[in-house]
Design a protein around this ligand. Structure first.
Ligand SMILES: [Zn+2]
Length: 322
C-alpha cells in the first residue's frame, strides 16, 4: 500500500495549514476558527484514555457515520500514542469529526492555538479495514506531544510524527515490526537531500519535511542508544520533551526542544545532529544504518538479522514498553 500520499497538517500559534485540498474546501471547516467554534459546543462523546480526555464533536451532517465504529478507531489510535509516550500526550483535546461521502479516513489536522484540537474527515462508507489500517489519526495525535517550533523547522515535527506513528502502533501490538521497518526500507530515502538542498531548516519540500525529518529522528535514536551504551532510547527523550513542554499549545525554539531531550538522556546528541543538518545537505547512509539494525528486504519480504550490531535496539524500538 502506498502510504502518505496526503498528510495532515499541524497548525500552531504561528503556523498555518500546509496542505489544504480541494476536498477540504468542499467540506468546510478549513478555517481553524470554525474548528474551535464547533468544538465549543457540547461534546457528543468523551473518551478517557491514558490519563487524557478526548472530547469528540460530530460536525453537522455526520449522522451517516457509525459512531461506535468511529469511537473504537479514536480509542485505538489514542492507545497507540499513549503506549509510546507513557500517557496521552495532552490532558485534553477536542476532536472534530467531519463526515463526507466516500470511504476516506483522513485527512486530518492538529491545532495548538488556544487549546489542543484536531479535525478529521471520515467517509461514511469507510470500511472496518480502513479504520484498522489507518495511520492518519495516530500521526496527528503524535503532533499533540511536542511544542510548536518556528515554521522553518516544521520538518522537526512532521519528521517526528512520521517516525513515531508506526512505532507507536507496533508497541501497542496493532501492527507488526515488519510493517514498521518496511516504511523505512521503502520510503525513508525520499528524505535524502536533492541537488539544491540547503539543509533541513531551509529546504521545505515534502520529502525533506516528512522523510528528511524522520531520518533525523532515526539518527537520533541510534546515537542516543550507542552513546548511552544502550541505557536510553529516543522514546525516553521524547517523553521528557512532552512532560517538560506540556505539548502542542506551547511554542519553543528548536534548541530548547532538543536541549530538553538531550538533558533527559544526559547527552548532547540531538543538539549536535541539528547543528550538522539544519544548514547543510547531509546525505544519510541509510543502507548502512538499516544493515546495522539488521533490516533487509528479500523478495519483497522484510527480514531481520539478530546478529546485526544494533539488533537489540531494533527489537526494543517496537517492543511493548512493559
Ligand atoms: Zn503531520
Amino acid at each position: 500500500m502506498k502510504r502518505r500520499q496526503f498528510l495532515g497538517a499541524i497548525v500552531g500559534g504561528v503556523a498555518a495549514a500546509c496542505l489544504p485540498s480541494a476536498e477540504l474546501s468542499a467540506q468546510g471547516f478549513e478555517d481553524a476558527r470554525d474548528v474551535y467554534a464547533a468544538l465549543r459546543g457540547r461534546p457528543d462523546l468523551r473518551l478517557a484514555i491514558g490519563g487524557g480526555d478526548i472530547f469528540v464533536v460530530f460536525a453537522d451532517g455526520s449522522s451517516a457515520l457509525d459512531r461506535s465504529r468511529v469511537a473504537a478507531w479514536i480509542q485505538r489510535s489514542a492507545v497507540a500514542v499513549s503506549t509510546y509516550f507513557g500517557r496521552f500526550p495532552v490532558e485534553r483535546v477536542g476532536l472534530l469529526v467531519i463526515a463526507g461521502e466516500g470511504d476516506h479516513v483522513g485527512p486530518a489536522t492538529a491545532y495548538g492555538i488556544e487549546s489542543s484540537a484536531m479535525r478529521v474527515h471520515v467517509g461514511a462508507a469507510a470500511s472496518d479495514a480502513k479504520f484498522m489500517n489507518d495511520w492518519v489519526l495516530v500521526h496527528e495525535m503524535v503532533h499533540l506531544a511536542l511544542p510548536n517550533v518556528p515554521r522553518r523547522s516544521e520538518w522537526l515535527l512532521e519528521g517526528n510524527a512520521t517516525y513515531v506513528e508506526p512505532i507507536a502502533r507496533a508497541q501497542a501490538g496493532q501492527i507488526t515490526p515488519q510493517a514498521v521497518w518496511r516504511w523505512a526500507v521503502e520510503d525513508m530515502s525520499k528524505g535524502q537531500p536533492g541537488p539544491d538542498d540547503q539543509g533541513l531548516d531551509h529546504t521545505h519540500t515534502w520529502g525533506r519535511t516528512y522523510w528528511g525529518g524522520a531520518m533525523f529522528w532515526l539518527l537520533a535514536e541510534i546515537a542516543i542508544y550507542e552513546k548511552s551504551a544502550g541505557r536510553y532510547r529516543l522514546q525516553d527523550a521524547l517523553r521528557a520533551i512532552n512532560r517538560a513542554s506540556g505539548g502542542n499549545t506551547k511554542f519553543w525554539e528548536v534548541e530548547q526542544v532538543l536541549a530538553a531531550g538531550d538533558a533527559s538522556v544526559r547527552l548532547d546528541v540531538m543538539t549536535t545532529l541539528y547543528n550538522e543538518m539544519k544548514d547543510r545537505p547531509v546525505h544519510v547512509d541509510l543502507d548502512h544504518a538499516l544493515q546495522r539494525l539488521g533490516i533487509s528486504e528479500v523478495d519483497g519480504e522484510i527480514r531481520f538479522d539478530d546478529g546485526a550490531p544494533l539488533a537489540a535496539l531494533r527489537r526494543s524500538i517496537t517492543a511493548s514498553p512493559h
